[in-house]
Design a protein around this ligand. Structure first.
Ligand code: HEC
Length: 524
């Protein structure tokens, strides 16, 4: 297509040299010079290829996503079927779907790794503050892709994980209701939600993502790749906000590039190798682990326990650590803090030190963040409840299961179930045979309503929320003796307070409990 490509050394004379047809029109040589022949700092590390890794995963998502979208039907009646169709009838359909799923996970991995690399090398500092912001935007869009994409198969996991996700959004003060409604396209999770999530997943997010990615890459090319940290620490002014810093940076950065190392052909090999490794990893995971498809979504099956995608696990687990009354504060506060911290980072942190080891504050912050997330994921993995509860021998509903987890945390210290627990209180292995959920709820909320001298503390709000007490009560109601040795229920509930004072619980009973009791009314 081009007969004469002017050699690069003739740069200044290009216009006078005969150029190819295409080149005359779109300046192929110019493009090549900016993208490939650009000089880069020498001694770049493998860590510098993590951005390419994330982009490779993204390209895999684009290609596999385009094919999947060709077959997908975004309605509750047909979504699941259309996925089954892809798996059964489309060539390599199973592989395609599994690659899309693993590509998504690996993309999150590499975006996070790339961000950690940029953070650790101080590459978000002058002059790359804006590009850090674009990167943060891309990170949140990736999470958006994950959240919207997980609903699309319309299987049990998809439905219930989205149910949890949207209800967490719904706990936001003031705007929560509107936000949940906006996400779901109505008050229920249904056809409107699926249409909406699909539109986000294949239109809104890709358009936004492509725009930000373009800006991100344009800046990488314009500003050049951030060099190794030592290059920019030698004799640097203390702060990047120092008026002489830009001049210092210009000289130091130029010096790091004046070694004649070019993107092509000197360092591109590293990026190509990384990209191949990523593609191979996606392929191997897709073939060996695959992508499960659970039974179709059943909105009436509340016994299903949703597990969020791994990258939402730390957040999900964090929410579980706090009592219900604080949930909305955490649900909103933590993401908000994260956004502020990430967006504000290049503006709060104006020190000129770049190497993480020379920035104790940053090192501590990163360790706390990563260590904390690892602990939370560990706890989440440990918290996974068996599908069949050993003490009842049957599958528990999700409320009962939540109650079981709460019981193990709050009550096992004093009560024995399945030969485990403390002996300060009575064993509860048969409690469900003697009391109804309503009685149990009332008792747990305020034991002194029933036993004026109870040694068991009241678990009413703020210790446990109304919903949590209900969950614990429902769990206890399932306990009727060990599996196989169940006893026939003989309920003997009495509600002293309710009968005596028509709901003015315990207010007149005894002074000692009156103070803890007054704010709490029985709810039945
Ligand atoms: C500090 C120890 C302690 C803790 C913690 C504790 N309890 Fe109790 N619980 C007792 C004692 C002691 C009794 C005996 C009755 C009384 O003193 O009122 C009791 C009684 C009960 C009873 C009534 C049993 C019956 O047959 O009448 C139930 C139900 C119960 N506890 C449930 C719970 C639940 C649920 C939790 C956790 C949310 C819990 N307990 C936490 C000490 C405790």
């Amino acid at each position: 297509m081009s007969d004469v490509v002017p050699p690069l050394s003739n740069d200044s004379a290009t216009s006078s040299v005969k150029r190819g047809w295409l080149d005359q029109r779109i300046d192929v040589v110019g493009i090549r010079r900016t993208l490939l022949d650009r000089e880069v700092p020498d001694r770049l590390t493998w860590w510098h290829t993590l951005g390419s890794a994330a982009m490779t995963a993204f390209l895999i998502q684009v290609v596999t996503g385009l094919v999947l979208a060709t077959f997908y039907a975004p309605t509750p009646d047909h979504a699941y079927e259309s996925i089954q169709y892809v798996q059964r009838e489309v060539n390599a359909g199973v592989l395609l779907r599994a690659m899309h799923r693993w590509g998504a996970s690996l993309m999150v991995v590499f975006v996070l790794a790339h961000m950690i690399r940029v953070f650790s090398m101080g590459a978000y500092k002058y002059p790359r503050e804006a590009n850090w912001l674009f990167g943060v935007g891309l990170f949140f869009l990736v999470l958006g892709f994950g959240f919207t994409g997980s609903l699309l198969p319309w299987d049990q996991k998809a439905y219930w994980a989205t149910q949890v996700g949207t209800s967490i959004a719904g706990t936001t003060p003031w705007i929560g209701g509107a936000m949940a409604k906006m996400l779901k396209g109505g008050s229920q999770l249904g056809a409107a939600t699926l249409t909406r999530f699909y539109a986000f997943h294949v239109l809104w997010l890709p358009v936004l993502f492509a725009a930000l990615l373009l800006l991100h890459l344009m800046l990488v090319v314009r500003q050049g790749i951030a060099p190794r940290t030592d290059v920019l620490e030698d004799k640097a002014p203390k702060r990047t906000s120092d008026p002489v810093y830009p001049a210092y940076y210009g000289t130091a950065y130029a010096a790091s590039k004046h070694t004649g190392v070019r993107f092509w052909p000197d360092i591109i090999a590293k990026d190509v190798i990384t990209s191949l490794v990523v593609a191979l990893a996606v392929l191997i995971l897709a073939v060996t682990v695959g992508a499960p498809l659970e039974p179709p979504a059943d909105p009436s099956d509340s016994s299903y326990i949703p597990h969020p995608e791994w990258y939402f696990l730390p957040f999900y687990q964090l929410l579980k650590l706090f009592p219900g009354s604080m949930e909305s504060t955490i649900a909103v506060g933590v993401p908000l803090l994260l956004v502020i911290a990430l967006l504000g980072l290049p503006f709060f942190d104006r020190g000129s030190r770049r190497n993480l080891l020379h920035r104790p504050g940053s090192l501590a912050a990163l360790s706390v963040l990563l260590g904390g997330s690892a602990l939370l994921v560990g706890a989440a993995v440990r918290d996974v409840q068996p599908t069949i509860a050993p003490e009842t021998g049957r599958q528990l509903s999700s409320a009962e299961r939540a109650g079981r987890a709460l019981f193990q945390r709050q009550c096992l210290g004093c009560h024995v179930v399945m030969n485990k627990g403390g002996d300060e209180g009575p064993a509860l292995m048969q409690i469900g045979a003697h009391h109804t959920t309503a009685w149990l709820h009332s008792f747990i909320e305020e034991p002194r309503r029933f036993h004026p001298n109870s040694r068991m503390a009241a678990f009413g709000s703020p210790v446990l929320s109304h919903q949590e007490i209900e969950e614990v009560s429902r769990y206890l109601a399932t306990l009727r003796g060990s599996p196989g040795a169940e006893i026939t229920p003989q309920i003997h509930d009495t509600f002293p307070d309710l009968q005596k004072s028509d709901g003015a619980a315990g207010a007149t009973k005894n002074e000692k409990s009156a103070s803890t009791n007054a704010r709490k009314q029985p709810t039945q």
